[in-house]
Design a protein around this ligand. Structure first.
Ligand code: PHE
Length: 344
């Protein structure tokens, strides 16, 4: 006599649990799982009905009725909930937080120093300069002597570097490629030479022991200081903008005579003086000068016949000047939080 009571109790429990879960279903997927669980062919209701055969015959009617009621109510609840979820879905209302930022695809970009190198080479390409490269492991001859820097001369200290073997160094500038190109090519020569250089320098805000340089060299029969100045000025305005002024400051390099440091007017204060240019209104961008006759002699060019100009700039320094970057180390650390600012 206990059987019908237990079955009817079970039906009531299934009904109330099922109704509550169906009302709480927050997606059509969850709702479908609930339908299968309660109303499906091997669901909870079907389970009860399959046990009806064991009940006393006079109780079967009551159990059957209770089962039908439960089934009807669950079906109604399911239909109602399904309609509600479907209309919410089609109206675009969901539990998704629409204010949440989307997931962006990973975006790569060209490193600011690489971009500087590419742009400089492109500007000089338009002026007729080819892009060439030279070895980073260089002989003392090309790094020093061919450039009119005797090893025992104090000027050699300015290009002190790491020795790989006797007479073999990591080049401390791209200037040795000047000599290599002139040895293998007759004038006219117009080349730019990007590449890594090495120095016995600390890694501090303005120095890096390995850094990028771009060399330029033009040699021909009629090149004079005016052509040199015009080429540099043209480059500065193309690269930094028409409003920027160029200043040549007398300087010294063993492989150029006369020599000049080239400054560009500060883009932050337009030359009035500010913290970026340390109050001077100018930012230094390169060393340069007319090729020294001793260099022509070293490579077998006739110094009476040929003249030329050369320049060398630090591509990292140029990137710093361009973007107002205060510390050169930022350019060589590979920190994506910093670098992602330069994705254009
Ligand atoms: N090689 C020089 C340096 O590294 C720069 C330079 C290049 C100066 C060409 C004059 C001419 O400092």
């Amino acid at each position: 006599m206990t059987e019908p009571v237990r079955l009817v109790d079970a039906l009531e429990r299934i009904e109330s649990e099922g109704l509550a879960s169906i009302e709480a279903a927050d997606s059509l997927g969850v709702l479908e799982e609930l339908r299968v669980r309660y109303l499906g062919r091997s669901g909870e209701l079907a389970g009860i009905l399959s046990g009806i055969g064991q009940a006393e015959p006079e109780d079967r009617r009551a159990i059957g009725q209770a089962a039908n009621t439960a089934k009807r109510r669950l079906q109604e609840a399911h239909t109602g909930r399904q309609a509600a979820l479907e209309s919410a879905e089609s109206a675009g209302v969901s539990k998704a937080d629409l204010t949440m930022p989307g997931r962006r695809a990973w975006e790569g970009g060209v490193h600011p120093v690489t971009r500087v190198i590419d742009e400089i080479c492109e500007i000089f390409r338009e002026l007729g300069f080819s892009k060439v490269r030279g070895p980073e492991a260089e002989t003392e001859w090309y790094n020093f002597q061919a450039l009119n820097i005797p090893l025992e001369h104090p000027a050699a200290d300015m290009w002190d570097t790491f020795y790989l073997a006797d007479g073999v160094v990591l080049r401390s500038h791209t200037s040795p490629v000047q000599a290599r190109i002139m040895e293998t090519h007759e004038p006219p020569v117009r080349v730019v030479v990007p590449g890594l250089c090495y120095r016995r320098d600390p890694f501090d805000p303005t120095h890096a022991p390995a850094f990028e340089q771009i060399e330029g060299l033009a040699v021909d029969e009629t090149i004079d200081f005016i052509e040199f100045r015009s080429a540099i000025q043209y480059f500065v305005q193309r690269f930094f903008g028409l409003g920027r002024r160029t200043r040549f400051r007398p300087s010294y390099f063993p492989f150029t005579e006369p020599s000049a440091e080239v400054d560009v007017s500060c883009g932050v204060c337009n030359g009035f003086g500010c913290p970026t240019c340390k109050g001077t209104g100018w930012l230094e961008i390169m060393g340069s000068g007319m090729v020294h006759p001793a260099v022509f002699q070293a490579v077998g060019y006739d110094p009476e016949r040929y003249t030329g100009y050369a320049f060398g700039m630090g591509s990292g320094r140029i990137a710093m000047v361009r973007h107002g970057i205060p510390d050169i180390r930022l350019l060589y650390e590979g920190d994506t939080a910093f670098l992602s600012q330069f994705i254009s």
